[in-house]
Design a protein around this ligand. Structure first.
Ligand code: SAM
Length: 268
């Protein structure tokens, strides 16, 4: 059973696998940490969970321990034998896809739990926010700077396109901070886990598409006033329609006002 498995550090050493930078590989080998992430994700027995980038399987092991069924998508084929061995200790619970998570067909509606590779973390998140997969929740490790941008409030330097898109679609909060030394090998920066749950009042796909156009224009020239940065989309009239000053800058506009502008976009 899972308890019979050797420590991850031994498994990795025995397989002779060293981390590849191009795949953003920084491993969590401490099961106390991966168990905490599984707990924060709120995963329960019998549920199907997607894990992206299982690598040597530290988080996978913690997820399997909860009794969940795990669909694990790993691009690096070197980890497949290790993951198969892990699956043999939890019969029927682990499905391994040796694919790229950016293009793999994943089960819709399932929660996603992942210690994401830094190089594709943001595009993966955006795809899950706006795409057809509609994950039940997302519990994702990012570099701290990206986590801060996801949860940022208006008026802060971190507030931008990613904050507006993520917070319009999900409730998002940082649930765990981890120093670089928690990873093997340690990355250059600290990390944080963000827990995202879909909002009950999730905007329609059409509003999300308009929101993306608006935030691209507004934050593309973030030092400019909205009447100027949003000029091609209706500028002053759009601001007036939703009751905000056209002299504001993008970073001072709350998510709800961006949503109101998206709703008013064609009417102005
Ligand atoms: N989950 C493991 C852990 O916590 O120890 C590994 C995390 S490591 C930060 C990121 C993992 O994602 C690596 O195993 C890497 O090979 C994998 N990976 C990188 N790009 C990927 C992609 N496009 N699709 C699927 N897996 C990917």
């Amino acid at each position: 059973m899972l308890d019979d498995l050797p420590p991850l550090r031994e498994t990795l050493a025995a397989a002779g696998i060293s981390a590849k930078k191009s795949f953003g590989q920084h491993f969590l080998l401490d099961l106390n940490i991966t168990r905490k992430i599984a707990r924060l994700a709120g995963v329960s027995a019998g549920e199907t969970v997607i894990e992206v980038g299982p690598g040597p399987g530290g988080l996978t092991r913690a997820l399997l321990e909860t009794g969940a069924h795990v669909v694990a998508v790993e691009k690096d084929p070197r980890f497949v034998p290790l993951l198969e061995d892990l699956g043999a200790h939890a019969p029927g619970q682990l499905r391994i896809l040796n694919e790229d998570a950016l293009t793999a067909a994943l089960p819709p509606g399932a929660p996603i739990v992942a210690n994401l590779p830094y190089n594709v973390g943001t595009p993966l998140l955006i795809g899950w926010l706006i795409g057809a997969l509609r994950p039940g929740s997302m519990t994702l490790m990012f570099q701290k700077e990206v986590a801060d941008r996801i949860v940022a409030a208006p008026g802060s330097k971190d507030y931008g396109r990613l904050s507006v898109l993520a917070q319009a679609i999900c409730d998002a909060r940082i649930v765990m901070d981890l120093p670089a030394r928690a990873f093997t090998p340690p990355p250059k920066v600290a990390s944080a886990v963000v827990h995202l749950t879909p909002r009950l009042d999730r905007p329609s796909d059409e509003i999300v598409e308009r929101l993306q156009r608006l935030t691209a224009a507004a934050f593309g020239q973030r030092r400019k006033m909205l009447r100027s940065s949003l000029k091609p989309l209706g500028g002053e009239a759009l601001c007036t329609a939703v009751g905000i000053e056209p002299t504001l800058r993008a970073e001072d506009v709350p998510v709800a006002k961006f949503l109101a502008m998206a709703a008013a976009l064609n009417a102005t």
